[in-house]
Design a protein around this ligand. Structure first.
Ligand code: ACK
Length: 951
């Protein structure tokens, strides 16, 4: 009997055993051939005393042995290649005496594939040989009886793919062998998990080089990232893993499996990674959380990553301030105190008409009109500023600024995130009239119609139609006022191109003029010579010294007021249309807030649009500079810039800006035009049109004797026209003097300096202070501050004198007190050198002690127009010594009488009332009248003319 050492063995995991003789209980009872004398089954005990079956044969003494031993049928169980491990002992022939030639040391191994177990005996011819097996070098020593035997282990493999099972057979050819054990197995790649995919137990392929491709399946709580695959090699090893799986959200990989995240942790992204702790202000109360829920009062927006802390809506914006500018308002605020832990804050503006009433009062308000504009936008504002425009004038609005962030949606309590302001917009002038249409056009007229402005900003009181000949530009224009939205314009010249503009007026003042509408009147078959509606207008040019004589329609505004001077014949019927209503000047000091007045009448200009070039003088409040202004969308223009000195009191600022508030109300070619103001940054500035020739007094002194009388009268006419406009608006200038008249490059004179009126009113003692321009001021204004259009007329007379004397100082070197005294005694300034008598007469009329006897500016303007129309007769004779300038030629000479009767002259100069007295005294011709004035003037106090001698 054998005793086997170390036969106990553990199968490798990648081997599936089909047969192991050592584990078969009882006898094997394999088929043998021959059944006797060949292979014999022998039971022996292994080292653990467990009986095992062996087969032995030892016919070494007999030749030609062929002893077959066949196993039972072995189902292959899906194996494609089987391995046969044979443990055997083989006697060394040398150790056996007398066996030479017959003793063998090998045996043969066969197999036969079969679908079933039907073979009762061995059909040797069915078997295919696997190999001849010899004893190996490596062996284990086996103690058999008293001898040590060597235990060989040989493994052979063979492909078995054709039937369901197979038999193995051992052929002994004359050896002395003991088959200690036979184990048949096949190899598998054992179940494994790789990259979170499970790969099942897989039989290896049929060939030794074959690779079996296997698809893995994702482990629990995981999903495929890329199809998991591996190859099962022939030796039962897994090769080349491809793809794999990832744990589901809420799970993390641990030891090749997916484990749920612990409480307080989550895993929210499906990339690799472990569970992470819940971010601030969130929690996970169960295992396997994919997301941590926000704590009460905290939120997450849809786009917030789960790793981000939960956040809150912002608190209300702070410090909302509003700045109203007419019908616009600028709202500015500060960011909320609490941003809620986010940076995506934005603001929206709610606009309601009216005021909030109580905490829930918002419902009582109406939403604002769709026309209201928000710049840059109404909602989604990133900056803390918005400009709201196109509001209704003089209307109460409530603006609410709402702060929002990514978590405001649905969580915002509304009031908690908002701040409101209620304000009232200013009065604002109507928006421009846009749609003017011309109807019937005739030789002398046209009918116009237009629509109400888009934004009337109040009740429209009237419309003003301004029209002028295109060639003449705006230097002379006519105005017609009407309460309706149409006008029949008459008195136009035939075949002439006119421009028409319309503007509307409300209680807040005039809106802007519409763009000009241009068209031509029809032709006139017979131009009438000497037609009363035509007159001669001289356009003057200093540079060329050329007088352009143009026939044009008289374009001056004439009042229908009657008085001493109003008896002059009115020019035409057309005047009946003119000036039916008047705009009244508004004193800016009647405003509670002087800044409001400035912004009502003056446009705020962005300082960056102004380019200062040089200092041109010093004004009462600071420097005066010249420069350029380029407003958006407009061409660059030259401007004068008056600035307020750096250290100023509030009162000085108000006084300074009051000039702009006054100037801004005027729109006339002989009134200095205000471009705007700069009040929002320093220095505070007033921007006006630039007048190239500066102030009139200095200009005349510089060009002493250079102008024709008609040029000088042209200047005076301009000043009178501006003054008429001011008096029509009930504005009293109080400081009319040549120094306050500015002259542009076309010799157009414009009234400026609107700063004095207030100063005088404020100071009851001012009448006798040095600030009063005594020489230019009427006696009643000096005596008891009676400033009226008539006191301006007095000043105008002095300006006439200044002009005609080329900037001479009125009353020369006399003291103010002497001037007051002389005037009081009835003395007046004499005619300057070369001054036409009619002009001096007009001056004397302006200096009537009784103010109601002084001519109005309408009358003065009328007078000057007549003088200009008939210069050869009216302006020829002078009160001084110089001859009439030759440019007025052709001089009519003695024909004076034939064209200009003594009566006409008296009428023209407003002395018609003296006609009878003078005629009786023998003064029947203009020449004699001139003699009269000369004869009757004499000088008192060296210079002055006593006025009473004129009567
Ligand atoms: O006589 P001027 O050159 O004309 O000097 C004074 C100075 O500024 C102080 O008032 C001049 N000035 C004032 N306004 C204007 C203006 N709009 N255009 C040109 N010069 C001006 C004035």
């Amino acid at each position: 009997m054998f005793t086997v050492i170390s036969t106990a063995r553990v199968y490798p995991p990648n081997e599936e055993t089909l047969l192991d003789t050592r584990t078969v209980p009882g006898e094997l009872k394999w088929a043998a051939s021959p059944t006797e004398g060949g292979w014999e089954e022998v039971s022996i005990m292994d080292e653990k005393n467990v009986p095992i079956r062996t087969y032995q044969v030892c016919n070494v003494m007999e030749p030609s042995q062929s002893n077959w031993l066949r196993t039972d049928w072995i189902p292959r169980s899906g194996a494609q290649r089987i391995y046969v491990e044979i443990k055997f002992t083989l006697r060394d022939c040398n150790s056996l005496p007398g066996v030479t030639g017959t003793c063998k040391e090998t045996f043969n191994l066969y197999y036969y594939e079969s679908n079933n177990d039907r073979e009762h005996y061995i059909r040797e011819s069915n078997f295919l040989k696997i190999d001849t097996v010899a004893a190996d070098e490596s062996f284990t020593q086996v103690d058999i009886g008293d001898r040590i035997m060597k235990l060989n282990t040989e493994v052979r493999d063979v492909k078995v793919t054709t039937r369901k099972g197979f038999y193995l057979a051992f052929q002994d050819v004359g050896a002395c062998i003991a088959l200690v054990s036979v184990r048949v197995f096949y190899k598998t790649c054992p179940l494994t998990v790789r990259n979170l995919a499970t790969f099942p137990d897989t039989n290896t392929g049929a060939d030794t080089s074959s690779l079996v491709e296997v698809r893995g399946s994702c482990v629990n709580q995981s999903e495929e990232r890329e199809e998991p695959k591996m190859y099962c090699g022939a030796d039962g090893e897994w090769l080349v893993p491809i793809g794999g799986c990832v744990c589901n959200l809420g799970y993390e990989e641990k030891s090749g499996a997916c484990q749920a995240c612990k409480v307080g942790f989550n895993r929210a992204v499906s990339t690799d990674g472990a569970c992470s702790k819940c971010p601030p202000h969130s929690h996970a109360e169960k295992e396997g959380a994919t997301v941590c829920d926000c704590s009460p009062g905290y939120y997450r927006s849809e786009s917030d990553p789960a790793s981000m802390p939960c956040t809150q809506p912002p608190s209300a914006p702070q410090q909302l301030i509003s700045e109203v500018n007419e019908t616009s308002v600028v709202l500015e605020w500060s960011a909320p105190l609490k941003l809620g832990g986010r940076s995506d804050i934005s603001y929206s503006v709610d606009c309601l008409l009216g005021a909030l009433k109580g905490p829930l009062g918002a419902q009582l308000c109406l939403p604002c009109s769709q026309d209201v504009l928000f710049f840059p936008q109404q909602s989604g504002l990133r900056a803390t500023r918005v400009c709201v425009s196109e509001l209704q004038a003089h209307t109460r609005y409530t603006f609410t600024i709402l702060a929002r962030n990514g978590v405001s949606q649905g969580h915002s309590a509304g009031a908690g995130q908002s701040v409101s302001v209620t304000l009232t917009t200013n009065q604002a002038a109507p928006s421009p009239v846009t749609s003017i249409q011309a109807g019937d056009v005739t030789r002398h007229g046209v009918s116009l119609a237009w629509q109400q402005p888009d934004r009337p900003n109040g009740v429209i009181l009237e419309y003003e139609v301004k029209y002028y000949e295109k060639d003449q530009k705006e230097s002379s224009y006519r105005i017609m006022k009407t309460a309706s939205r149409s006008a029949d314009i008459t008195g136009l010249s035939p075949l002439t191109v006119y421009l028409f503009q319309v503007r509307a007026r409300t209680a807040a003042g005039y809106g802007e003029f519409s763009g000009p509408l241009e068209f031509s009147t029809n032709s006139d078959p017979l131009p009438l010579i000497g037609d009363a509606s035509n007159s001669t207008l001289l356009l003057l040019s200093i540079s060329g010294g050329v007088i352009l004589l143009l026939i044009s329609t008289a374009v001056f505004i004439i009042s229908r007021r009657r008085g001493k001077y109003s008896q002059a014949k009115q020019d035409s019927d057309e005047e009946k249309h003119l000036n039916p209503g008047v705009r009244i000047y508004v004193d800016p000091f009647t405003y509670e807030d002087p800044d409001q007045a400035v912004h009502e009448f003056a446009k705020e200009i962005d300082a960056s649009y102004i380019h200062i070039e040089k200092v041109i003088g010093i004004g009462e409040f600071g420097e005066v500079c010249s420069g350029r202004l380029r407003l958006q969308g407009k061409r660059e223009i030259y401007v004068a810039i008056k600035s307020l000195k750096a250290a100023y009191s509030n009162k000085q600022r108000q006084d300074f800006l009051s000039e702009a508030s006054i100037m801004g109300q005027f729109d006339h070619p002989n009134i200095i035009r205000l471009e705007g103001v700069v009040t929002r940054c320093k220095p505070v500035m007033i921007i006006t049109e630039y007048m190239e020739n500066g102030s009139l007094d200095a200009f005349l002194r510089k060009h002493d004797g250079h102008f024709t009388v008609i040029q000088l009268v042209g200047m005076l006419r301009g000043i009178a026209s501006g003054m008429k406009y001011l008096s029509d608006m009930s504005y009293v200038h109080r400081d009319l003097a040549a120094r306050n008249i500015l002259v542009n490059s076309n010799l157009v004179c414009k009234v400026s300096d609107f700063g004095l009126s207030r100063v005088l009113e404020d100071d009851p003692e001012a009448a006798y202070t040095t600030r009063i321009p005594i020489r230019w001021t009427s006696p009643e204004a000096i005596a008891y501050r009676k400033f009226t259009p008539s006191s301006d007329t007095w000043s105008y007379g002095v300006v006439m004198w200044e002009v005609m004397s080329y900037g001479e100082r009125p009353y020369w070197d006399m003291s103010n007190q002497d001037v007051i005294k002389a005037i009081d005694e009835g003395y007046r300034l004499p005619p300057p050198m070369d001054c036409p008598v009619c002009l001096h007469q007009l001056m004397l009329d302006c200096w009537q002690t009784e103010r109601t006897h002084r001519p109005s500016f309408t009358q003065i303007l009328n007078m000057l127009d007549k003088l200009i129309r008939n210069p050869t007769t009216t302006l020829r004779r002078t009160g001084g010594d110089r001859p009439v300038p030759s440019l007025l030629e052709p001089v009519v000479g003695p024909e004076f009488v034939s064209v200009w009767s003594a009566e006409d002259c008296l009428q023209a100069i407003g002395m018609g009332m003296y006609r009878d007295t003078l005629t009786t005294a023998g003064y029947t011709s203009p020449d004699s009248l001139l003699t009269l004035t000369h004869q009757k003037t004499y000088v008192k106090n060296k210079y002055l003319t006593p006025l009473q001698n004129m009567t």
